[in-house]
Design a protein around this ligand. Structure first.
Ligand SMILES: Cc1cc2nc3c(=O)[nH]c(=O)nc-3n(C[C@H](O)[C@H](O)[C@H](O)COP(=O)(O)OP(=O)(O)OC[C@H]3O[C@@H](n4cnc5c(N)ncnc54)[C@H](O)[C@@H]3O)c2cc1C
Ligand SMILES: *[C@@H]1O[C@H](CO)[C@@H](O)[C@H](O)[C@H]1NC(C)=O
Ligand SMILES: *[C@@H]1O[C@H](CO)[C@@H](O)[C@H](O)[C@H]1NC(C)=O
Ligand SMILES: *[C@@H]1O[C@H](CO)[C@@H](O)[C@H](O)[C@H]1NC(C)=O
Ligand SMILES: *[C@@H]1O[C@H](CO)[C@@H](O)[C@H](O)[C@H]1NC(C)=O
Ligand SMILES: *[C@@H]1O[C@H](CO)[C@@H](O)[C@H](O)[C@H]1NC(C)=O
Ligand SMILES: *[C@@H]1O[C@H](CO)[C@@H](O)[C@H](O)[C@H]1NC(C)=O
Ligand SMILES: *[C@@H]1O[C@H](CO)[C@@H](O)[C@H](O)[C@H]1NC(C)=O
Length: 503
């Protein structure tokens, strides 16, 4: 997905990472004072782990979002395996020092995966991928998408991973995980056979369908509320090259394109093709002060013009390019880390052609109102949760998301990138207004849905995320939370307070 600012707006082109290290990293310190507890915890971690412990003044740590890059933790620790994660957690709890856990680090709020004044537990040394057999691989809790695709591609295998290589398997899978392979296999969380997890009392355990089944359910959508996952055993499948076609359209084709966006999500003949998926984008870029409509046609076979896209391909394009390759080369798009600010916000609706048109208009109006934000790229992105993926959510005891029914859904993601903190308030306002107005439009058309995808939710939406899973699931999740973490170490009253909390 294109979420980056255009290159002319990046701070230092190819040297952006270096630039971030030398001048962006420690610019701001939101509530960044370090408690005596955490000072002691860092000292003990330093003694126990030596070179795996880093203090911010001598660290060249980088993370995706500039707001998280600006965070100054007390220290950062890089455990190498589950027993070290357990040892780290034990030290943190003993000193009662707050912390954050970093998987791929693609969250957008300070404290989500880089701790504000506490300890950042960075899983970046836990990236091993071990192929167990033709249908299962064991993936380290800190692996990113590209590392897994790479390890599997050379065996003509793949897994339900994301669209961008640097995204962590950890956060992606614990929250949901929508993939180019979703039509065939479902979301990532429904393709995990087993979790190895460190619980709040530092015990290392495993959860699968038959062993710790409650915890297995909770980890399928429960995010960072239950434990630190040190390994995922994921489904693998035989996979060759895939086909990806990017198109852009002139604005006078908007109505025709939206017709096809709707058809590609709802028409049973089209959606019954298990290799197909389609992502739609409406994008404002301040570099050329204009909106552009684009789409990504994905096909899980090496076919240049799959028939499923015949109808949309009758619409004239401005540009069109097809790549046929493996997932590792398709998702390898190194974006400079830590230089661009980002905000995501989301909502879910039942498919509606009229809502699509209204939503695009609302988004356009709200973006027009904040055009003074520097170096802004604002995306209105939508794609389907296909029927097949919703059916797959019932496997192995089901997941916690509370999505059901036999009709597809649309996920809507408002994803904005910009360059300077002076734009933060405007982008927040635009995102909240757009979501509120689209929600009202959806309600008036009878296509509202309570689900909010945790991995796309803004901080303002965090309190509503679990409510969207449904009352029964929330109760069950809270009971499981209390059972595995009676002291509430992983709750908002405990030590691991970032991201989206259940309690
Ligand atoms: C460029 C980009 C592309 C994206 N593409 C997709 C996509 O194609 N499909 C999709 O569904 N989503 C996509 N997303 C959203 C993505 O799934 C979320 O941002 C996700 O939370 C990122 O996970 P992470 O591990 O990289 O981030 P992090 O910030 O490291 O993790 C997110 C949260 O999960 C926790 N966490 C991470 N790993 C573990 C672990 N091993 N054990 C316990 N807790 C852990 C962290 O503590 C944090 O609270 C994309 C996001 C971006 C920025
Ligand atoms: C910076 O980090 C990289 C790993 O990402 C490491 O190889 C390198 O030695 C580090 N450099 C400094 C100056 O710490
Ligand atoms: C964990 O990693 C450390 C450091 O590499 C190593 O000394 C230790 O033996 C490992 N423990 C296990 C159980 O693999
Ligand atoms: C992926 O495909 C490219 C060619 O498109 C090839 O160069 C590369 O080696 C492949 N990667 C793997 C891991 O197989
Ligand atoms: C993977 O598939 C390609 C193309 O079908 C084939 O040439 C190659 O031998 C396969 N590799 C393995 C490891 O099976
Ligand atoms: C679940 O884990 C237990 C304990 O490790 C193991 O005996 C069992 O085979 C696993 N079940 C499945 C379905 O993986
Ligand atoms: C649509 O716009 C493009 C240029 O943006 C133009 O070439 C084309 O003629 C227009 N088509 C119609 C039907 O107006
Ligand atoms: C750790 O917590 C788990 C879940 O509550 C519990 O089953 C286990 O007995 C605890 N272990 C210890 C050593 O207290």
């Amino acid at each position: 997905m294109r979420v980056a600012a255009p290159i002319t707006c990046l701070l230092a082109g190819g040297n952006a990472v270096v630039h971030a290290f030398s001048s962006v990293q420690h610019r701001a310190q939101p509530n960044g004072s370090v408690s005596a507890n955490c000072e002691k915890a860092c000292a003990e971690l330093s003694t126990a782990f030596g070179l795996a412990l880093h203090y911010p003044d001598s660290d060249n740590f980088t993370i995706w979002d500039a707001k998280q890059q600006e965070v100054r933790p007390a220290c950062r620790i890089e455990p190498s395996n589950a027993s070290q994660v357990s040892q780290v957690l034990d030290i943190l709890v003993n000193h009662w020092c707050h912390f954050a856990v970093k998987g791929g680090g693609h969250s957008r709020n300070p404290g989500d995966s880089n701790s504000v004044g506490g300890v950042t537990v960075d899983l970046d040394r836990m990236t091993q991928v071990k192929i167990l057999d033709e249908s299962r691989a064991r993936v380290g809790g800190g692996a990113n998408t590209l590392q897994v695709y790479k390890a599997l591609d050379s065996h003509n295998l793949s897994f339900v991973g994301g669209r961008v290589g640097t995204v962590g398997v950890g956060g992606f899978t614990l929250g949901g995980g929508t993939s180019p392979f979703t039509s065939k296999y479902g979301w990532a969380l429904d393709n995990v056979y087993e979790y190895e997890v460190v619980l709040a009392n530092s015990t290392i355990t495993t959860a699968n369908e038959t062993h710790n089944a409650d915890l297995y359910f909770a980890l399928r959508g429960g995010g960072n509320n239950f434990g630190i996952v040190t390994a995922f055993t994921v489904r693998t499948f035989t996979q060759g090259f895939v086909s990806t076609t990017m198109t852009t359209y002139s604005r006078n084709q908007t109505a025709k394109v939206l017709d096809q966006v709707y058809e590609l999500s709802t028409d049973e003949t089209l959606t019954s093709d298990p290799d197909m998926s389609y992502d739609s984008f409406y994008t404002y870029s301040s570099a050329d002060d204009s909106f552009i409509l684009s789409g990504t046609q994905r096909y899980a076979k090496p076919v240049r013009n799959p028939a499923v896209f015949d109808e949309i391909n009758r619409i004239p394009t401005l540009t069109r390019s097809t790549t046929i390759s493996n997932m590792s080369s398709l998702t390898h798009d190194p974006e400079p880390l830590g230089v661009t600010r980002h905000l995501f916000g989301t909502l879910t609706v039942a498919p509606s052609r009229s809502l699509l048109a209204r939503a695009v208009t609302i988004f356009e109006q709200e973006v027009q109102a904040i055009k003074s934000v520097e170096c802004m790229v604002a995306n209105f992105i939508t794609y389907a949760v296909p029927r097949t993926a919703i059916a797959a959510m019932k496997q192995r005891g089901g997941n916690a998301l509370g999505i059901h029914g036999d009709q597809p859904l649309f996920l809507i993601l408002i994803s904005t990138a910009w360059s300077d903190a002076s734009g933060d308030t405007a982008v927040n306002t635009m995102t909240e207004n757009t979501i509120q107005r689209v929600k009202e439009a959806a309600a008036s058309l009878g296509v509202a849905n309570p689900f909010l995808y945790i991995n796309y939710a803004s901080a303002a939406q965090a309190p509503e995320v679990f409510a969207g899973y449904g009352e029964k699931n929330v109760q069950r999740l809270q009971e499981i939370q209390r059972a595995v973490d009676p002291r509430g170490v992983f709750t908002s009253q405990g030590l691991w307070t970032g991201f989206v909390k259940l309690i």
